[in-house]
Design a protein around this ligand. Structure first.
Ligand code: PLP
Length: 367
């Protein structure tokens, strides 16, 4: 936490705004809209809720196809299932690790040929690295398919100076405990179309019609963010840039310190983008099977936590019947990637300790 989160939360108590609306909610939404440079933002109980509402408002229904990046966290695709629609997974390209535009177009063409024109495309900026949005947006426009940008990991990242989360019909953010800023749990939906956000606002509060009794013409959701949690978010927005700077320092430190370790490589920041470096990720030499898992187990013995990259969704048991368009990229990334300890509160001493230990183990495993 920064300095002011507690003050905003105390303010909610003092003024008795202990409800899913209030001054913290309004202020937090304004901060987010300013940061994303979008017309409107709705704060919500989670990023998953934001995705669910986005797809619902885009009219995704039972039996529809929805294209989703395969290399991501399961939450990117679960809301497709909530609506009874079918995910169609598209693999990544090797530069950004995000949706491959070439494969996206192939997937759209093949689905259209089957009479199943996709109802939406969910593109993810994984680990805070922006996807190739110019190409993806051009394809989406050509086929008239709306884009939902999953920017849950990418708050603060920019693509050609435009904030991630501001480029699609909808953008979604997450403030879960593990994200670059947190509200303990929460999310947001962003759009440049005010009417879409107003619709989402109504749906998120049980879809009441504007009459003095309870009238519903749509199913509703209870997805609002509490004014308490929004108070945390308000304070967190004030330290977002500090958090990003620290995460980028952590990435730079690892990259410099491990530059001479044979068999370890770092994804470069693609031209024209700014990455928040939510997590530092590395790739290990493909020649050595399961090097990532062997290093993880060894580091864990020293209480240093590393993790595998996201397991591609086309490999997940829950999605085994889903259509997928693959090219081997995400399978390869998953097989040899590793996330290093990346928290913005890591001290320089801790980072030194991680690097020292990592080098020792890597010299044994990657020899
Ligand atoms: C965290 C995350 C989500 C889900 O956000 P919640 O707030 O945890 O529901 C969705 N997509 C990606 C890529 C995420 O990392």
């Amino acid at each position: 936490m920064g300095e002011n989160e507690r003050l905003y939360v105390e303010d909610a108590f003092k003024t008795n705004w202990v409800a899913p609306l209030g001054p913290n909610v309004d202020a937090f939404e304004k901060q987010l809209a300013d940061r994303l440079n979008v017309k409107s933002v709705l704060s919500l109980s989670s990023g998953t809720a934001a995705l669910h509402l986005a797809l619902f408002i885009l009219g995704v229904k039972h039996g529809d196809s929805v294209i989703c990046q395969s290399f991501t966290f399961g939450a990117s695709a679960f809301p497709i299932q909530y609506l009874g629609a079918n995910p169609v997974f598209v693999d990544s390209e090797a530069e950004t690790w995000n949706m491959d535009p070439v494969l996206l177009e192939k997937a759209i063409q093949e689905e259209v040929a089957k009479g199943k024109k996709p109802a939406a495309i969910i593109v993810v900026h994984l680990y805070g690295v922006p996807a190739k949005m110019d190409d993806i947006l051009a394809i989406a426009n050509r086929y008239q398919i709306p884009i939902v940008e999953d920017a849950a990991e990418a708050l603060g990242s920019t693509y050609h100076n435009k904030p991630c989360g501001s480029l699609g019909t909808f953008g979604i953010l997450s403030f879960n405990g593990n994200k670059i800023i947190t509200t303990s749990g929460g999310g947001a939906l962003a759009s440049n179309e005010n009417a879409l956000i107003e619709k989402a606002r109504n749906l998120s509060a049980q879809a009441r019609e504007p009459v003095p009794y309870y009238l519903h013409k749509s199913v509703g959701f209870n997805y609002r963010l509490s004014n308490i949690c929004a108070g945390i978010g308000r304070g967190q927005m004030e330290v977002l840039d500090e958090r990003i700077n620290r995460r980028r320092q952590v990435y730079d430190f690892y990259q410099k310190s491990l530059a001479d370790v044979k068999g370890v490589s770092f994804p470069k920041e693609p031209a024209g983008v700014f990455c928040n470096r939510w997590l530092t990720t590395i790739l290990l030499d493909a020649e050595i099977p399961e090097a990532n898992e062997r290093i993880r187990v060894e580091l864990e013995k020293d209480q240093i936590e590393t993790r595998a990259l996201w397991k591609p969704l086309h490999q997940q048991p829950i999605f085994e019947n889903a259509q997928s368009y693959t090219n081997g990229v995400s399978d390869d990334l998953y097989a040899r990637g590793l996330c290093l300890p990346s928290g913005s509160n890591l001290t320089d001493e801790t980072l030194e300790r991680v690097v020292l230990k990592f080098k020792k183990i890597a010299n044994e495993v990657l020899r």
